[in-house]
Ligand binder design. Structure first.
Ligand SMILES: [Zn+2]
Length: 302
């Protein structure tokens, strides 16, 4: 199989791959509790492996995976208190929203400077971060020539586990466990599942984990790969050579873009809200290990 992972390619391979298909995939996820049966890097392992298969099938280059993502803040802390519980060690590779999203601006700048015509930004980690990613792409698109599409991987998994269009996403339940089982079999071990009746939480295991099925995982992977290949072609077709007056060429351009365009609206991002609950009433218990980072810090940009 041809190599498509940027970090493992020789310069002549990169040049050839770029010439054949100037599309880059960026993938996002973090190390986070995913039940006793999944390796903690599930989100990133999944997104990167799917992007790799898509590039193998349809062309393009897959950027090194970004294993640092948003957690522990706002609604993520509320979710963790319930789904992970009072653990001694969290095993998270978490950063706050303003770090994650600024890094993405730098990644886009690097790909734009190389001259990619299209970029697909794929997050395997959920909660509302993907909505903010879409917002960031809207904000940054006028400053770059490349056509950008961002998505949580479940958007590409529309048939879903039960082929009903609904069961396309979960957290460490049958969907994610089956996807990882198909993509990285060494990273799933069903013998580690607790007995069905054993009360949880089991390190954020999904309630349907016992229904995981590798063959269904293979099918969902194939669906996602098809979707991404189609989207990549669409973006490449939409690309036009154009002069952009205020492009993102230098580090300074990125800092100015961040300061002038993102900072004024960052406080509206969903990952910057101190709760996800509709009535805004939910709070993390002050005794919880998830309390310390749950509130948006006063010094955070907003
Ligand atoms: Zn996940």
């Amino acid at each position: 199989m041809k190599e498509v992972r940027w970090e493992r390619m020789f310069p002549d391979q990169l040049e050839r791959a770029f010439e054949n298909c100037p599309l880059v995939y960026f993938t996002y996820g973090l190390c986070e509790p995913h039940g006793p049966q999944n390796a903690v890097g599930l989100d990133s392992l999944k997104a990167h492996a799917i992007a790799r298969k898509a590039a193998e099938a349809g062309g393009g280059i897959v950027a090194p995976p970004d294993y640092w993502h948003i957690h522990e803040i706002g609604g993520y802390a509320e979710w963790a208190e319930k789904s992970v519980g009072e653990v001694e060690r969290k095993w998270l590779t978490a950063v706050p929203p303003w770090v994650h999203f600024k890094n993405i601006c730098y990644q886009i700048r690097a790909a734009e400077e190389i001259g990619f015509h299209a970029m697909i930004l794929l997050t395997g980690h959920y909660g509302p971060n993907w909505k903010d990613l879409n917002r960031l792409v809207e904000l940054i698109q006028p400053y770059v020539k490349a056509r950008i599409h961002s998505l949580p991987d479940f958007e590409a998994n529309q048939p879903g586990f039960d082929r009903d269009g609904k069961s396309s996403a979960d957290h460490a339940g049958k969907v994610e466990t089956s996807l990882l089982w198909s993509l990285e079999p060494d990273c799933v071990d069903l013998s580690r599942l607790p007995k069905k009746e054993e009360p949880g939480p089991h390190f954020a295991m999904g309630s349907t984990a016992h229904e995981s099925n590798r063959i269904v995982g293979d099918q969902m992977v194939a669906d996602e790969v098809d979707w991404l290949v189609r989207k990549g072609r669409e973006l490449l077709n939409d690309f036009k050579e154009a002069d952009i007056e205020k492009g993102l060429k230098t580090f300074e351009d990125v800092e100015l873009f961040w300061q002038n365009v993102v900072t004024p609206v960052l406080g509206d991002f969903e990952t910057m809200q101190s709760t996800w609950s509709e009535d805004r009433s939910e709070t993390v218990s002050p005794d919880s290990v998830w309390f310390a980072n749950s509130k948006i810090p006063k010094r955070a940009p907003r």
